[in-house]
Design a protein. Structure first.
Ligand SMILES: Cc1cc2nc3c(=O)[nH]c(=O)nc-3n(C[C@H](O)[C@H](O)[C@H](O)COP(=O)(O)OP(=O)(O)OC[C@H]3O[C@@H](n4cnc5c(N)ncnc54)[C@H](O)[C@@H]3O)c2cc1C
Length: 289
């Protein structure tokens, strides 16, 4: 199916984008990689009157290591993360997740920030960002807002973003001392969305105790969720198999999976349990390695 008619602009500065969004934000959509927006327009799930193509904006295609954060610009593609040395050295959760996003075509075009802004409950990046404690940086003509990822997603395909705002970057804190993490994903076939995805993140102090823990789940609730009770059970404790098993049980309890073509609710809940325990074990190995 063809999408309904729409206007198209391709500004070359962020200020121009913000001016267009200030004027027509309610009827406009930002176009980044187009890997979610265009299919949704073709299916007529969404019909913006105006597309604001941001692919010509300079300076938003880098992953910068600055001020204790990885700053992932709005035009960083999934495959930029796959190829990034700084990510592979400094954030195991992001490095593990990137190759799992769909197939090479989608990875070449789709953006990390677009995925976060889209807030598809089956999207992988939102869980990674929730587990890592990232912030979303949004700009409008009124200024810049830094929105904690935990406050950003408010429901399926729904976020705290205003129609006048452009996501300019996602800021991912670097490990405070020794840290590690991973992303585990079960999919029916290569390139599919997650049946279940689990993102994990751990920071350890000098004595080996857990100072910070992140666990977030994909595809097992109306939107990506943090397993907060499981995270809290880990903080301040010394890592052990028994502790990870307890956290895995709490994460499985936080999931709200449904029976569908990808599997039964019971099966998915058990995958959350197994992946959380396995993910925490891998995170610990990275942190100690
Ligand atoms: C066949 C296929 C398989 C896929 N499989 C997976 C998968 O396994 N895992 C996964 O996570 N994703 C998957 N995706 C989705 C893919 O990751 C998309 O790239 C991503 O969801 C959206 O990023 P985008 O840059 O393409 O955004 P777009 O499609 O351009 O935009 C998506 C939405 O975000 C908004 N937006 C984008 N950028 C900004 C910004 N900077 N500021 C404000 N709003 C913005 C747009 O207005 C739109 O509403 C798949 C897509 C396809 C087509």
């Amino acid at each position: 199916m063809y999408p309904p008619r729409f206007d198209y602009v391709a500004p070359t500065t962020v200020d121009e984008v913000l001016a267009v969004l200030a004027e027509r934000g309610d009827e406009a959509k930002v176009l980044a990689g187009g890997q979610s927006l265009i299919p949704m327009m073709k299916l007529r799930f969404t019909f913006p009157e105006l597309l604001v193509d941001v692919n010509g904006l300079p300076g938003l295609d880098a992953i910068d290591d600055a001020d204790g954060h990885l700053r992932v610009g709005a035009l960083v593609r999934h495959n930029d993360v796959v190829a990034s040395d700084v990510v592979s050295r400094t954030n195991h959760t992001m490095a593990a997740a990137a190759p799992w996003i769909s197939d090479p075509l989608v990875r070449n075009l789709g953006t990390v920030c677009g995925s976060v802004a889209h807030a598809d409950p089956l999207g992988d990046w939102a869980s990674v960002m929730l587990a890592c404690g990232a912030d979303v940086v949004a700009r409008s003509q009124a200024g810049e807002r830094v929105i904690p990822m935990a406050d950003f997603i408010s429901g399926p395909f729904t976020t705290a973003l205003e129609p006048t705002e452009l996501v300019t970057e996602v800021r991912v804190p670097k490990y405070a001392g020794r840290g590690g993490g991973t992303y585990l994903k079960l999919e029916r076939k290569v390139g599919d969305y997650a049946t279940v995805g689990v993102a994990t993140h751990l920071d350890l102090d000098g004595g080996g105790a857990i100072t910070n823990a992140g666990i977030a789940l994909t595809s097992v609730a109306p939107n990506n969720i943090k397993a907060v009770e499981a995270e809290q059970a880990l903080v301040g404790e010394s890592p052990s198999d028994a502790l990870f098993a307890e956290a895995a049980e709490l994460a499985a309890g936080a999931a709200e999976p449904k029976d569908d073509v990808r599997g039964s609710a019971e099966y998915k809940r058990n995958v959350v349990r197994v992946f959380t325990r396995r993910g925490l074990t891998t995170a610990l190995e990275h942190a100690q390695g």
